[in-house]
Design a protein around this ligand. Sequence first.
Ligand code: SAH
Ligand code: SF4
Ligand code: F3S
Length: 445
Amino acid sequence: MEERNKQKVFIETYGCQMNFSDSEIVGSILSNDEYNLTTDINEADYILINTCAIRDNAEQRIRKRLKELKALQRKRSWLKIGVLGCMAERLKDQLMEEEDNVNLVVGPDAYRSLPAMLKEVESGVKAANVILSEEETYAEIDPVRLGSNGISAFISIMRGCENFCAYCVVPYTRGRERSRDPKTIVAEAKRLFENGYKEVTLLGQNVNSYKWTDDGDNVDFPELMKRVAEISPMLRVRYSTSHPKDLSDKLLEVMAAYDNICKCIHLPVQSGSSRMLKLMNRKYTVEWYMDRINAIRSYMPDCAITTDVIAGFCGETEEDHKQTLDLFGKVGYDYAFMFKYSMRPNTYAHKYLKDDVSEEEKTRRLEEIIALQGQLSLASYQKDVGKTFEVLIEGVSKRNKEQLFGRNSQNKVIVFDRGNHQPGEYVKVKVLKCTSATLIGELAE
Ligand code: SAH
Ligand code: SF4
Ligand code: F3S
């Protein structure tokens, strides 16, 4: 088919890094003889929104977006709208009933059926496929890199989650946990490096439980990290997310042994109260968590530690909340993602616990955590003033064309005068000052 006859697909992504990675897989599946991706929504024949269901406000945002798209559809009658991802999986056909402009609903494990489904939609019927799989990892699909800077890329190494934290919708929207063949992961990372990429982030909901067995070849997460890190010392390796319950010393040893494995661990704590952790089904206590923090510090004193926390989960008392503030103070996180508890239909908490902390109280607790973390972040960044870091340059600063920005191993953003340097290079930068979110420095060589 000639180029000009191809139908154009526009993909818009919400939610976590894994959803962004999935959109790149969708992009790859739909870049073929009949479809072209477009970054201009105004020339799209199909608009696919890859959605998130983690909190109610994430879903509300998508509902609002669907209303906006309806207006667009009124102007262009041929325009078709598809909902992909976690919200598609959670609401299934209900979504098409509630949102009359939605033509297509596709869950996270059904993306290979997209070309056939677009055909159905084209012929005028609505189409849905939300079947979850126990095997699908899209292993051999080479993702197109959407909105990429050509320097860093995400690689999905596993899918699904079966931890069933009491508050969380992910096990229901993403299905059983399964790991991807390590050969395909290493090959993808190699290909990226050969194409000029300098950083890969290995993605999974709980990367510590990565596991692959093949003819006596047992690959766990530390082993996989090693294999990716050994592609080249010039390729930085990051990962997200590790669950505290099984953050092993073996992983910390591997991280410490390779300079190109970045010294930053995202270790979501969720609460500083062991009583809450139990109710949340997190399978660790505060003592266990602190032991893991100490282990990180002893293997890698310069490692950044970041977290996720939920304020106002079912039954949380003022005392539980104080314990969370206490733990934040003790750990001294470099950065945190902080959320108000949002009840998700059909989770354990929805069925068996009471969402009994008032909205005002949730807000107040969240604000207290945010204020404390603001101080901790500032303290963390101030500690870096005077130090020199190796920085991977990612781009030109938006505020000042004469400046570049990049990240250090700890994942902190550093801005500095460009000299003769270009994005994609590694440079040494000395930190001169900071805000609570950015380091400001100068070239050290
Ligand atoms: N797999 C990761 C987290 C993925 S979801 C892990 O276990 O660490 C990202 C974050 O969203 C979670 O860490 C949690 O802090 C938050 N979250 C999940 N469900 C939530 C809910 N129902 N209400 C508020 N925050 C929630
Ligand atoms: Fe959700 Fe828990 Fe799985 Fe993370 S580990 S995705 S919070 S169920
Ligand atoms: Fe959202 Fe699904 Fe990710 S619910 S956070 S897009 S796994």
